[in-house]
Design a protein around this ligand. Structure first.
Ligand code: FES
Ligand code: FES
Length: 172
């Protein structure tokens, strides 16, 4: 008999109470238990970024995190960022710049991209490019470095960078 535990967290502004096998990942809790299938399972091993969601405003790979560790947390998935009739600016920019082909990586790319701009705004440096605040603008190199945990098998990278640049420009 597997061990279960009660967990309660906020998903896209709604309080959700679940009783889960303690081994359930946050990704499986979202997809299998809450039926929020916008968040994708690519590798299930922390290597592709398809499962990226935001927890208390910070991006994580939800396949690497146990759901029961998120007691009281505020989780945002792609469904919480926007809806077809009211797209988040990052979603609209991905549409405008064709930032996808098959679309499987896209929810993770978009959640990651939103968090990247917040990280830049908050002054969190990226590993490869160091302190960006000394530079006048965000470079494509910096965007690529910060987005490097999100793999796209279709190779839509240059359009993804264009989409992020577009939103970064609007926000600056
Ligand atoms: Fe989580 Fe690939 S499914 S990183
Ligand atoms: Fe197909 Fe990225 S659009 S994997």
């Amino acid at each position: 008999q597997p061990a279960t535990m009660k967990v309660s967290f906020d998903v896209n502004g709604k309080r959700r109470n679940l009783e889960l096998d303690t081994r359930t990942t946050l990704l499986d809790a979202l997809r299998e238990h809450l039926h929020l299938t916008g968040t994708k399972k690519g590798c299930d091993h922390g290597q592709c970024g398809a499962c990226t969601v935001m927890v208390d405003g910070q991006r994580i790979n939800s396949c690497l995190s146990l759901a029961v560790m998120h007691q009281g947390d505020r989780i945002t998935t792609i469904e919480g960022l926007g809806q077809p009739d009211r797209l988040h600016p990052m979603q609209a920019a991905f549409v405008k710049h064709d930032g996808y082909q098959c679309g499987y990586c896209t929810p993770g790319q978009i959640c990651s991209a939103v968090a990247v701009l917040d990280e830049i705004k908050a002054g969190i440096p990226s590993h490869a490019t160091g302190d960006f605040t000394t530079r006048p603008a965000i470079t494509n190199e910096e965007i690529r470095e910060r987005m490097s945990g999100n793999i796209c098998r279709c190779g839509a990278y240059s359009n993804i960078v264009d989409a992020i640049n577009d939103v970064a420009g609007v926000r600056a």
